[in-house]
Write a protein that binds this ligand. Structure first.
Ligand SMILES: *Cc1c(COP(=O)(O)O)cnc(C)c1O
Length: 420
């Protein structure tokens, strides 16, 4: 489900509130999310899986605001985490640790201890060395760690190289050809319980074929393991379903699941999913205001108050994101680069866009609900933007704009030099 909709007169709204109202009330830049859109996106997965034992573990890193996690926890979501900070967020938001899977290539002994203490669903183990550490930490805590091995199925997700994770050349997971050996090792460890297998081949996948190819490879492994006496309770196929930013036509959750479920017919393993982007990306926008326009010959710039520190996707991944004025305007339509105030040439939100805008206008950057605020920083000593959740006609400030005091919290001047 998509967030911002356009009325006939060209005014953009989220649920029952115009974006102009939100920008005026909270200032810009600001992130705005639709509770209805987040819920609908989650419920679409749930509906598609109604006939299969499953657990949908929302990937917290896509958008980790407490109110977003709370919304999903209340719908029964589990969570995929990649750090102990994300685990604490899930707890704070009312999520159930027993529905948490812990991914990530560099878990530390203290991360593992905390997760064992809370009794998470599963550790997605990414290397042999991690397995050894996990076993010894579990032993020290007097616990047994539930484990899934993240295997690397060597499938090309055909997405941007920075968000492609399922090829041999990527740092993630255990080579699928070595996996059965590592499973045997795991099965022999005193404080490990082997419960599943997982993979995550990349992000923003817009075709189903790589998901199917990866699952087929996992199933061959699962059957090999069964022959060796290692039976798994779950199969986790990760996240990665893409969304529409421009003209992509990604499969819906329903289409995706109808390609996956036949492969699992007559199998008893629980299906786990770790969707992030497909739950939140199109449930959020970033609002910004045009500060100035300027022209260098026939090159036109719209200088806005949001920058790469607020939204880094265009600079980092050459991501194309739609941007439109929140209200129609009578200004002349020109081809603009929409750029921010940060002192980097890479600081742009959009390039070569035909826009009818002038200084003071508010713009809406679409599909900003995933990998937006969570990747923001304080570069150039810019305070981070607030986040607002729209619920029907109601507006909730779910993260306040940072202040200068927030910026320097924890910093210390050197002691005064004593003159003697
Ligand atoms: C990032 C990530 C996800 C979520 O990916 P999306 O593309 O946002 O759906 C799921 N699982 C793991 C292990 C990840 O690293």
């Amino acid at each position: 489900m998509h967030h911002a909709t356009s009325a006939q007169n060209g005014t953009l709204s989220i649920e029952g509130v115009t974006l102009e109202t939100i920008a005026t009330q909270f200032g810009t830049p600001c992130y705005v999310y639709s509770k209805a859109a987040i819920s609908a996106n989650f419920l679409a997965y749930q509906a598609a899986l109604a006939k299969k034992n499953h657990l949908i573990c929302y990937a917290v890193k896509a958008n980790s605001n407490l109110a977003v996690l709370q919304t999903l926890a209340q719908l029964g979501a589990g969570f995929d985490i990649v750090s102990v900070g994300e685990l604490e967020r899930v707890l704070r938001a009312g999520g159930d640790p027993a529905k948490v899977v812990f991914s990530g290539v560099a878990k530390t002994a203290s991360d593992i201890t905390r997760a064992l203490e809370l009794g998470i669903h599963c550790f997605n183990v990414e290397s042999q060395a991690e397995l050894v550490l996990l076993n010894s930490v579990a032993q020290a805590c007097g616990k047994t760690a539930p484990v899934s091995l993240r295997v690397n199925p060597d499938v090309d997700a055909q997405t941007h190289p920075y968000i492609s994770t399922g090829l041999k050349e990527n740092k993630f997971g255990i080579d699928i050809n070595l996996a059965s050996t590592v499973y045997q090792q795991a099965a022999g460890m005193s404080h490990i319980e082997v419960v599943g297998v997982d993979c995550h081949i990349g992000s923003q996948l817009v075709t189903i074929e790589p998901f199917v190819a990866a699952l087929e490879r996992l199933l061959i492994l699962v059957d090999q393991l069964a022959d060796m006496g290692i039976t798994l309770k779950h199969i986790d196929i990760g996240g990665g379903l893409g969304v529409r930013y421009d003209s992509e036509q990604p499969p819906t959750a329903e289409q995706y699941m109808s390609a996956i479920l036949p492969l699992l017919a007559n199998r008893s393993e629980t299906l786990l999913l770790e969707p992030g982007r497909s739950i939140v990306a199109n449930a959020g926008v970033l609002l910004t205001q045009v500060q100035f326009t300027k022209s260098n010959g026939d090159k036109h710039f719209a200088i806005v108050d949001a920058a790469m520190n607020d939204m880094i996707r265009p600079a980092l991944y050459q991501a194309w994101m739609d941007i439109q004025p929140v209200q129609p305007s009578h200004a002349e339509t020109l081809t603009y680069d929409v750029v921010g105030p940060v002192c980097e040439t890479g600081d742009f939100l959009a390039k070569d866009r035909a826009l009818a805008i002038s200084a003071g206008d508010y713009l809406c950057l679409f599909s900003a609900g995933a990998y937006g605020f969570v990747m923001s920083s304080n570069y150039n000593s810019r305070t981070r933007a607030p986040e607002i959740m729209v619920d029907g006609e109601k507006l909730h400030l779910i993260r306040q704009r940072e202040t200068f005091d927030d910026l320097v919290r924890g910093e210390h001047l050197l002691p005064a030099v004593s003159s003697c």
